[in-house]
Design a protein around this ligand. Sequence first.
Ligand SMILES: NC(=O)c1ccc[n+]([C@@H]2O[C@H](COP(=O)([O-])OP(=O)(O)OC[C@H]3O[C@@H](n4cnc5c(N)ncnc54)[C@H](OP(=O)(O)O)[C@@H]3O)[C@@H](O)[C@H]2O)c1
Length: 240
Amino acid sequence: MQISGSTALVTGASRGIGRALIAALLEAGAAKVYATARRPQDVVVPPGAEGRVVALPLDITDPASIAAAAQRAGDVRLLINNAGVMNFGGALDMPHDLIERNFAGNFFGPLNVSRAFAPVIEANGGGAIANVLTIVALASMPGLAGYNASKAAAWSMTQSLRGSLAPKGIGVHAVFPGPVDTDMAAAITFPKTSPADVARAIVDGIVAGREDIFPDPMSAQVYEGWRQDHKAVERQFAAA
Ligand SMILES: NC(=O)c1ccc[n+]([C@@H]2O[C@H](COP(=O)([O-])OP(=O)(O)OC[C@H]3O[C@@H](n4cnc5c(N)ncnc54)[C@H](OP(=O)(O)O)[C@@H]3O)[C@@H](O)[C@H]2O)c1
């Protein structure tokens, strides 16, 4: 979709990739960006963009908060479901409440935000939804069992949304980042891409109409390997 001149909304804009997405959307010419966060006072408006960035409260696990945001941001044409959570833990020992936390933040949250904003985007003439997933949605890392599973479920949901929203003029993108240099990945020792580079690649992918976006060199390389031999990637991740 064309971002220049349109209105976008980003979840989880307080830090990390979400904060970088605000800058990337402004760079791409968005007329207005709703920078949403659980605490809107955490939103940092880039210098010179005061009139174009609107900080809004949005907790993606709270249905009342989602409904209020959809009411307030009635001009949105692009929704980026970026907010997410990650906990370490294996399939045999990860406490249930942490698995549920990952599903609340990474699956039900984006699903409910998409449900609330699809009618808004449709009423504005169509547009797009981009769901920020992860490369470990393709193949699991055993030490992130709840996170992998919630993001793999979100990938499946993304494909369902794509089918359901195409007739309404809404494109649906899946984004599969590798390690990115944010708070979430602080304990991860793999080489990491900067949030600014990843955010720019996400925006470029949306503008180019790419349904599946691999926004960094590691994710692009893993995807190529996965296309050729998904079992080899599964084994490689299982040993990581
Ligand atoms: N970093 C990586 O290596 C990596 C790799 C692949 C995919 N991703 C994905 O990229 C996305 C952004 O992650 P990040 O790396 O930027 O992580 P981050 O720095 O930890 O930021 C996470 C963001 O999500 C927000 N958030 C969490 N729960 C929320 C809720 N219930 N409602 C609203 N906002 C909520 C946080 O808000 P608060 O400030 O209020 O906590 C924060 O803004 C996530 O979906 C993540 O899974 C990250």
